[in-house]
Design a protein around this ligand. Structure first.
Ligand code: FMN
Length: 449
């Protein structure tokens, strides 16, 4: 993370708290239940986004996938003013966090090697509450190295990484995995059984198969059987649904269909990090984006990271005039540094944004539950499950996935789906959230996450 853009903190300015004031008990499986989770997202899951997700009701937040080797050669640097912790690689921060998010932070590892995964975990152990293994990234740059979704067809390796992490980490650090569905339900259940037996605390299931494109609807109907299967195993672990959830209200539908303990949200949160709230912000250009940019600067978040995230934000419009929001979006796209946006977001303190985040997190009073818990799952009629065979279109998609050229930035290793060409993808049901305006296509940025 570059410090160049940080202005000197005036002596009169209150220093932001470096350490959280509240003590939290270690994470347990219960902390992974009855909540909405921010999904791991390379580039989009930056520190300011995770903090806003927590402010607006995410129960836990996943950091972006970081490949094991990438973190091994970093140096841990703590900003004496803000308390922000950066793991610096050769030219940029590979991972950035703040102690205030530690009780809620799950660090996602990309790995195909138990030893490297353990070494990577030991590097950052002091700053996180749990580790998650990415077993779902379908991109060739991940799978060719045996990582991500490649682990789904190598269950011995997958489970050996989870077992190694479990054995190497103290009990207060949780281990979890994020997988995709296999084409056959039977194979999925067999895999799930093996994974659960490694001693993990939670399992996230992205309800698409490796070959499904993200614009294809997630087959969440398949999850109910998996949830019931895991419950029958009697280990009390949490099963988290992932795929197509649009936010707090929509999570009721997802939980009714799947019976999942919790729901994890990626794209809808990328578009609006306040979607975890029953009352998500609208008119984001007025209500959210300026504060996000101020906070980004206050925390020393690299401009290209803040800019990239800001160009993804899109929410329902009620009071913003089209021209105003357009002007702001265009200014963000043009801006080369924080100061270029002075006319939209000055004065540049960011103190208020930070204070509000601290207040919202501290209001939880040492509990991880957000202020507006999810309602209990109501029993609903669910259509009987029809096992999904590998369809022709899936087979074709697999070919396309493998053939498609992928630009890999050092910091975007392991990204499941963030190529510029893929963005923006507004879910088909986006009208529910009023996601009517696609964000401008942001320029490709090489960004530290
Ligand atoms: C920008 C972006 C980056 C992502 N990066 C990761 C990642 O680092 N690790 C991971 O397991 N999945 C990653 N994913 C996949 C999401 O976590 C999630 O599984 C997927 O988007 C489906 O959830 P959704 O329907 O809520 O978007 C990424 C997705 C997006 C959109």
């Amino acid at each position: 993370m570059s410090r160049r853009s940080r202005p000197p903190t005036p002596d009169s300015s209150p220093r932001i708290s470096k350490k959280p004031r509240l003590e939290y008990p270690p994470l347990t499986a219960d902390d992974y239940k009855n909540g909405l989770m921010l999904a791991p997202m390379v580039r989009s899951g930056a520190l300011p986004t995770r903090l806003y997700a927590l402010k607006h009701g995410a129960k836990l937040v996943w950091g972006p996938e970081t490949v094991d080797k990438a973190i091994l050669h970093t140096t841990r640097v703590v900003d004496p003013v803000t308390g922000v912790i950066s793991y610096h690689g050769k030219s940029k921060a590979i991972f950035t966090t703040h102690p205030i998010e530690k009780p809620f932070l799950i660090y996602q590892i990309g790995s195909a090697d138990p030893e490297l995964a353990v070494q990577a975990a030991k590097m950052v152990q002091q700053d996180v509450s749990g580790f998650d293994l990415n077993c779902g990234c379908p991109k060739p740059f991940s799978t060719h190295a045996g990582m991500g979704a490649a682990l789904l067809s190598n269950p011995d390796l997958l489970c050996s990484i989870l077992t190694a992490l479990r054995q190497a980490m103290p009990p207060e650090i949780t281990i979890s995995a994020k997988i995709r569905l296999l084409p056959s339900q039977e194979d999925t259940l067999k895999l799930v059984e093996r994974i659960v037996n490694t001693g993990i605390t939670a399992l996230t299931v992205h309800c698409r198969t490796r070959n499904m494109r993200k614009k294809e609807r997630a087959v969440i109907e398949r999850l109910r059987e998996i949830v019931e299967f895991v419950e029958r195993m009697g280990k009390g672990i949490a099963v988290i649904e992932n795929g197509d959830c649009l936010g707090y209200e929509d999570s009721k539908r997802v939980r009714q269909v799947t019976g999942a303990h919790s729901v994890m949200i990626a794209e809808a949160a990328e578009a609006n990090p306040t979607c975890f709230s029953p009352t998500p912000l609208k008119d984001l250009e007025q209500t959210f984006v300026p504060g996000y940019i101020r906070l980004g600067k206050y925390l020393g978040n690299h401009w290209t990271s803040t800019k990239f995230c800001a160009t993804q934000f899109v929410g329902a419009h009620e009071n913003t005039r089209k021209n105003d929001s357009k002007a702001m979006r265009e200014a963000i796209v043009r801006a080369k540094c924080y100061e270029d946006l002075d006319s939209f977001v000055a004065p540049w303190t960011g103190e208020q944004e930070w204070a509000e985040i601290v207040e919202a997190i501290e209001k939880r009073g040492g509990q991880r539950a957000p202020p507006h818990p999810l309602p209990p799952i109501e029993e609903v009629e669910v259509a009987p499950f029809i096992p999904a065979a590998l369809s022709v279109s899936e087979a074709q998609t697999q070919k396309e996935n493998d053939a498609a050229p992928t630009v890999v930035h050092e910091a975007s290793l392991g990204q499941e789906s963030a190529s510029a060409a893929d963005k923006p993808q507004i879910p088909p049901t986006a009208s529910l959230l009023g996601l009517d305006v696609p964000p401008p296509s942001g320029e490709t940025v090489d960004v530290a996450v």
